[in-house]
Design a protein around this ligand. Structure first.
Ligand SMILES: O=C(O)CCC(=O)C(=O)O
Ligand SMILES: [Fe+2]
Length: 353
């Protein structure tokens, strides 16, 4: 059995196939420009430049962001200010962390605020995998890192210690980015919904978390993605306000439903992908769309992603015109209840007025 096999959780091992032993590094070491990203992208999702967005005089980019959120619910972000060296360090540490043995990963975070999980991305608030209904497993493993609790995480494993430090650094960047994006969105939305003055409650530092995921590759393509097939992550919307995704592997396994068509989204090094979550859809009174997306299993290579999710303060009650007043804590409890009883998330329609 290869070292990669024993690094995978047993239920995912049939699928995992050893590759070149890791060591893949991003080929692009410069921040791509909006034009170069659009040109290399087979699916023309909008590209937003964060530096332009932070420049108050640029109404053009605010309008572009507003349009992206109304029509797509997803966009690429360039000039986001996360140093290329930090992105490369994250990639290296994440790959090394996933390639240690399954048994070590399982025990490495026990009793800490960080958790290791596999087979499903649905976790309880304390980070335990939720089981329920008669669901098939998802071909994914990951670490769940609640950002506000990383200062209480003191792992024994030196690799996990370096990973923690890099994640704290990256967490500060993505929190900054989420706040900038939310404020820019609120500027355009505020003629219709008043949210800007509560930006701090809507985008809370306390509830944000990072997930790092690894999806095995599988050559058994005939088993995959058919009616009863296997997914890295089944079609879903995120419960977040915003999600910020960062990819190390260049592939097209993430797919977005747009105008009734599933579109593969190529991951482009050093750019981020931002998607609107359910809570942003609710607080924008459905003007912005929570993007429906899924992750396929690739026949060619395993996939690694680093995803940040930002939420409102847990008990802050959101008042909207399309939904009953609810807090993030109410929403999360409902999602957990639905997964346990019917095996899947129902989401916003549970709260429709
Ligand atoms: O790993 C990815 O690319 C996406 C993950 C995702 O959609 C999620 O965690 O909600
Ligand atoms: Fe997602």
């Amino acid at each position: 059995m290869s070292h990669l096999d024993s690094s995978y959780p047993p239920p995912l091992r049939d699928h995992a196939v050893d590759e070149d032993g890791g060591g893949h590094h991003p080929e692009h070491h410069q921040d791509p420009s909006p034009e170069s990203v659009s040109n290399s992208d087979p699916v023309p999702i909008p590209v937003i430049d964060l530096q332009c967005l932070n420049n108050d005089d640029d109404d053009g980019v605010l309008r572009k962001l507003d349009e992206a959120c109304r029509e797509w619910g997803i966009f690429r972000l360039v000039n986001h200010g996360v140093p290329v060296a930090l992105m490369a360090e994250l990639e290296d540490l994440t790959k090394r962390l996933f390639s240690i043995s399954f048994e070590t990963k399982k025990t490495s975070c026990e009793g800490s605020p960080v958790s290791y999980f596999w087979g499903t991305p649905a976790l309880t608030p304390s980070g335990t995998a939720l089981s329920g209904g008669h669901r098939k497993i998802n071909l994914v493993e990951g670490f769940h890192l609640p950002l506000s609790q990383l200062s209480e995480f003191h792992p024994q494993l030196p690799l996990l210690q370096s990973f923690r430090v890099a994640m704290i650094g990256y967490g500060e960047h993505v929190s900054r980015i989420a706040t900038s994006l939310f404020k820019a969105m609120a500027k355009k939305l505020d003629d219709e919904v008043k949210i800007i003055e509560k930006a701090r409650q809507y985008v809370s530092e306390k509830t944000g978390y990072i997930r790092v995921y690894r999806y095995p590759r599988s050559p058994n393509h005939h088993l995959l993605h058919h009616n009863n097939g296997e997914w890295g992550m089944e079609p879903h919307t995120d419960s977040s306000v915003l999600s910020i995704l960062n990819y190390h592997t260049q592939d097209s396994s993430l797919e977005l439903l747009h105008n009734d068509q599933w579109l593969p989204l190529l991951s482009i090094p050093n750019t981020l992908v931002v998607n609107i979550g359910d809570i942003m859809q609710a607080i924008s009174d459905d003007r912005y769309k929570s993007a429906l997306h899924r992750v396929r299993i690739s026949q060619e290579k395993e996939r690694i992603s680093v995803c940040y999710f930002v939420f409102p303060e847990e008990e802050f009650v959101m008042k909207t015109s399309k939904y009953k007043p609810f807090s993030y804590s109410d929403f999360r409890s409902q999602v957990q209840e639905d997964i346990k009883t019917i095996g899947c998330k129902v989401g916003l329609s549970r709260f429709t007025l």
